[in-house]
Design a protein around this ligand. Structure first.
Ligand code: SAH
Length: 221
């Protein structure tokens, strides 16, 4: 690729990214630091190359291994909930996928723990974020339903795949007043945010969204 082509690609991506930010504002995302961050992250580097021209569009996109990156509004909404309700200490993400949500979490939380069950996605996301200079993330190739080893206590847990039931290991590791963000498919596909209050869960918000399923076990290359 010539320098001219590279310059064109970069400026073209920047204008698409600023349109994406305008759309997020139109849909009620108001957190300025989050909007600025999403406007600056090269989202086209997180999707399959054949879809990079659509990276800033309001749609989920393939990231390999039949998995998808959530559309920007869903990512923004989940993050805004965390920023509104969670302590920004330690967060556990189930479903590293492309690493896009991980990259955003790493900006706001002191420490991010992220688990992926597809080995090639785990390897790629780790390499991608390391090359971007991200240092406060711990990666694990495992079935995320088992939780993080050694029962580390979390301020927040975010599940980015649709579960039919909530894995106990993921609610047990949450501190009191901790925040759980996860997709549910009843009564229709949506993402929700809950606060752990004793042995009860207070719902703080929901938003329509579609996710790939949370699956058992691990898949090697
Ligand atoms: N947050 C991701 C979205 C990835 S899609 C991003 O920003 O790109 C959901 C991811 O969850 C997929 O990569 C899928 O492989 C992973 N996944 C599904 N079940 C899982 C499980 N039990 N443990 C860990 N990861 C899982």
């Amino acid at each position: 690729m010539s320098l001219h082509d590279l310059n064109w690609l970069v400026s073209h991506s920047e204008s698409k990214a600023s349109k994406m930010v305008d759309q997020l504002r139109d849909h009620g995302i108001t957190h300025e630091e989050l909007l600025a961050l999403m406007g600056s992250i090269p989202r086209h580097e997180f999707v399959e190359p054949a879809f990079s021209h659509l990276a800033y569009s309001a749609t989920p996109l393939p990231i390999g291994r039949n998995q998808t990156i959530s559309q920007p509004l869903t990512v923004a909404r989940m993050t805004e909930w965390l920023l509104a309700y969670s302590r920004l200490g330690r967060v556990l993400e189930i479903g590293t996928g492309s690493g896009y949500q991980t990259r955003i979490l790493s900006h706001f939380f002191n420490k991010v723990h992220t688990i992926e069950r597809h080995e090639p996605l785990y390897v790629q996301a780790k390499k991608r974020l390391s090359s971007m200079g991200i240092k406060n993330v711990e990666y694990l190739f495992a079935d995320g339903q088992m939780g993080w080893p050694n029962k580390v206590e979390m301020d927040a847990v975010i599940i980015t795949a649709m579960a039919s039931k909530i894995p106990l290991a993921l609610t047990d590791c949450l501190k009191q007043q901790g925040i759980l963000i996860m997709p549910i498919d009843h009564p229709s596909p949506q993402i929700g945010c809950w606060r752990k209050e004793g042995d009860r869960w207070k719902c703080l918000g929901t938003e329509p969204a579609y996710f790939v399923p949370l699956l058992e076990g691990m898949e090697h290359a």
